[in-house]
Design a protein around this ligand. Structure first.
Ligand code: ZN
Length: 282
């Protein structure tokens, strides 16, 4: 039975706590869903707060955090210290494959010293695989609202990544299948993968529904898969899709000859709502 530690960064810590209000209010919502799915799959899970003791020996440790910066910054990040905890890079790759399904843009790996060489690394034995997840930017109102209103999806995608790394097969599928999210910042890029894990089921059909909100929005979609990189049929001019307020379009991601796993990118200069929907074959 794998022994897994989950740390909720900053919680109940005088030293690491102050200033992390939005971060903690977000990660404490995500935490129970992460733990529940790991336990359901037969893992033994122990939770820690902001202050970590020395001498921990779990097989895997996951540290939950959120980023803060300017209101426009967006994306999630992963931190690991491969030299101190060999194998953590591979664990991070599995978590990334599943977290990407959420449609939150990947930000950067190990992009700060605090992320790369997080103090928590020193509390676990070298045999522990350690990954820090910055779930998204809580300083970005759209991203914070989305994270706090989808804690189950976020927690479960992290859990699925860990279980995939441990090669524990679950019957759980991505809960992302028909949920929606709002694109916030101007001109920002979002990327999603219609692939449920490296060794998971292949996507039979992928469909992206995009709705304009208050203003006319220009939307650009790029899709690739099966070794090919293509734009959708209408996507020959830039911008290819112009949406009036509350107008919807459905984009068939498999309508142009890509079978199997699909990756898509979506840009918009205004706020739009999108819901990815994919059918998978087992
Ligand atoms: Zn933090």
């Amino acid at each position: 039975m794998p022994r897994i530690a989950v740390q909720i960064g900053h919680v109940n810590s005088a030293r690491w706590g102050p200033g992390a209000t939005h971060e903690v209010e977000t990660t404490t919502k995500i935490h129970p869903y992460l733990v529940a799915m790991l336990q359901k799959a037969g893992c033994q899970v122990e939770t820690f707060g902001g202050d970590l003791p020395y001498g921990l020996t779990h097989d895997i440790a996951i540290s939950l955090h959120c980023d803060a910066g300017t209101p426009e910054m967006t994306g999630y990040s992963l931190g690991f210290w491969e030299e101190m905890h060999p194998g953590s890079r591979e664990l991070a790759a599995h978590v990334k494959a599943f977290y990407d399904v959420l449609g939150i843009r990947p930000y950067r790996e190990n992009y700060t010293l605090g992320l790369h060489h997080y103090y928590g690394n020193s509390r676990w034995a070298p045999t522990t695989k350690f990954v820090l997840v910055e779930c998204g930017f809580v300083s970005n109102l759209n991203e914070r609202v989305w994270l706090q209103s989808h804690p189950q999806q976020v927690g479960e995608q992290i859990a699925l990544g860990v279980l995939d790394y441990l090669n524990i097969k679950t019957k759980e599928e991505s809960t992302m299948t028909s949920s929606s999210r709002t694109l916030g910042a101007r001109g920002v890029l979002f990327e999603g993968h219609a692939l449920i894990g490296k060794n998971g089921p292949l996507v039979e059909h992928a469909y992206l529904n995009v709705t304009g909100l208050d203003k006319t929005a220009r939307v650009n979609v790029l899709v690739w898969g099966g070794g090919q990189r293509r734009q959708t049929k209408e996507n020959t001019k830039n911008p290819p899709y112009v949406l009036k307020p509350s107008e919807s379009i459905g984009i068939d991601l498999n309508g142009f000859g890509i079978a199997g796993p699909v990756t898509w990118r979506l840009w918009s200069d205004e706020v739009v709502l999108f819901s990815p929907d994919w059918r998978v074959s087992q």
